[in-house]
Structure formats: C-alpha cells, structure tokens
Design a binder for this molecule. Sequence first.
Ligand code: ATP
Length: 344
Amino acid sequence: MSIEIANVTKQFGSFTALDNVNLAVPSGELTALLGPSGSGKTTLLRIIAGLETPDAGSIRFDGEETTDRHVRERQVGFVFQHYALFRHMTVEENVAFGLTVKPRRERRSKQEIRERVHELLRLVQLEGLAARFPSQLSGGQRQRVALARALAVEPKVLLLDEPFGALDAKVRVELRRWLRRLHDEIHVTSVFVTHDQEEALEVADRIVVMNRGRIEQVGTPAEVYDQPANPFVFDFLGSVNLFHCRAGQGQQARATAPEAAVGYVRSHDIEVERSQTADAVEAQVRHIQSVGPAVRIELLVRGTGKTVEAELSRDGAERLALSPGETVYARPRRIQTFVEDYQI
Ligand SMILES: Nc1ncnc2c1ncn2[C@@H]1O[C@H](COP(=O)(O)OP(=O)(O)OP(=O)(O)O)[C@@H](O)[C@H]1O
C-alpha cells in the first residue's frame, strides 16, 4: 500500500513540529525518516498512524483519503523503541493478542491462530521461545516478538519508531540487517524512524532527511550520501570538512585561495601526502587517533587556523608513519559545493 502525505502541518502551541510536509512512500518499500532529535520524525509517523491529527494537509493510503480515519481502521502495525509487550503473557500469547481480540465474526479458530503465531515466530527466528515470558528474553528478542506481534494482524503498513534504539551497538547492527532481510521476504510498506545515519543507510530503500519540521531531501541511500541536496544533508550523513575552493560545478571544484567559495569534503576523501601537489594545502599534524580499522588525523591548515580531519586506512597511515607536529599536504579528492550559502 502506498502512502501519500500532502501539505501536512502540525503545531504544538506556537511550535511548528511539521511545516508543510509532502512525501510519497511507495508501496512495498522500506522508508527511513532520518533527522536530528526534534526534527518531527515521530510526529510524522504518528500522523501516518492516525495517533495524531494534522492541523492542515492530508494522508492518503493507496490514493484513498485516510486523514480522518480512526487508527483502528488504518490497518497499521507498530513497533516502538520501548518494547510494549504484555509482561504477564508468554511470547506466544503476546504474538496472538491482536488475533484473539478480533470480533467473533472475524476471528480465526484457535488452531488457525496457533498456526499463524508459529509461522510468525519462525519468521522472526524465535520458534523455540514460544512459552517464555518477556522478562526471560534479551532486548533484541523482545523487539523481534514486538515485530511478530505487529505483523500478526497482517497490517497494510508497518511503522517502526526507533525500534532498536534501546539496544546495545552490536545487537542493533545484527537486528537492522535482520530487519532488512525480513523486509525483502515480506515486502510490507514500512516507515522506520531513526536518528542514526548508518542505520538508515544500511536498512532503507529510501531515506527522507528531516530537519526542523521540514524535508531536506528524499532519495536512495546512495543519492543522499553522494549527492546531498544541501550542507545540512551533507553534514548529517557523515563527517564534514570545510575547504575554501574555487567555485565550480560539484566535484569539479578545486581547493584554492581563502577568498573563494566553501567546499565540503568528507574525511575519507582527504588524501594526506608528504610532498606538495597542485591541489593540496599545507597543514600540520595535530593529533593521530586509531579508530578500529581507520586512523583519524587532525590537521591544522596553514595560514587559516582551521582544522580538518582526514581518515586513512591503517595501511595508508602506517606507510606515511606520521607524528604530531610534522608538515604534510592535504588534498581533497572529492569536493562538493552548494549554490546557496547555507548554515549548518
Ligand atoms: N504532544 C506534544 N506537545 C508539545 N510538543 C510536542 C509534542 N510532541 C512533539 N512535540 C515537539 O515537536 C518537536 C518534534 O518532535 P518529534 O518527536 O516529532 O521529533 P523527533 O524528530 O521524532 O525527535 P526524537 O528523535 O527526539 O524523537 C519536538 O520539539 C517536540 O518537543
């Protein structure tokens, strides 16, 4: 089921949480709403769900006006950050809940419900744990139960609000990969809220970057990362270094004198060399730090008092064998410039 959001505005008192938002969520895709805290992601998700009413604008499901339809009629499934499982029910009972509370004429037989629940537990790889209570599960397992419970009623749309936000880093990474594979299997239209850019880049078919109640850019992970629409998106999706450069078209820009335009460069796109080349700026090594497989080098650009950070592979850093205080040359491999001067 596709979702069309048109001109949606939402105020809380005098605060504008959503400011004329327009978005089309294609059927069967996994879309991430990505943005900093307070950018309006949860408010937009709650409006899609019907838990919140917009002040203006409309929501359509498959072209059908849904704005005034009650949350129960929208056939949406939810998964929230804090597992809202029923503590006094087993895993099996939790997953079956939505099916057992249906009106009698719509309700399936006990046997059918049992079969459906076990099919779902297989899908979320928790078959052996049907008789456990939530307190006997890990955080990651609880979130998988929550997902199975949301899917039990065959929602047309699945809404996930920071579903892995409360889990530790390793489990988070495992679960987001698992969610991606699961989505490839079931293809239910899903909208996923996160403030973690890595999570969005890895999981989503399409990323909606939000900032202060507005949408900054919509695109595939590659589009928003490689062709950010503006400095906010560039900054939010990764490291940012500012170089003065001669104004040019996108990556054609070249590092040059301070009076020219501002170029945006990612840390892993800065080459560090011991000898001067045409496009390099002279800099002094300030600090060297190993971070897992990479080495970050903080550089003070000569004559500007500005620092930039280069990220090298371990091999690259070992070959250079740099020490703090040394003079090097930093050459941006890819420079992005933006037409408007935009504050980040
Ligand atoms: N019921 C409410 N009453 C008043 N203000 C609200 C209400 N709900 C949200 N807000 C405000 O609206 C803004 C957007 O909130 P929202 O929860 O949508 O942001 P978010 O992008 O999901 O942020 P986070 O990642 O922190 O959850 C915030 O400044 C928040 O304080």
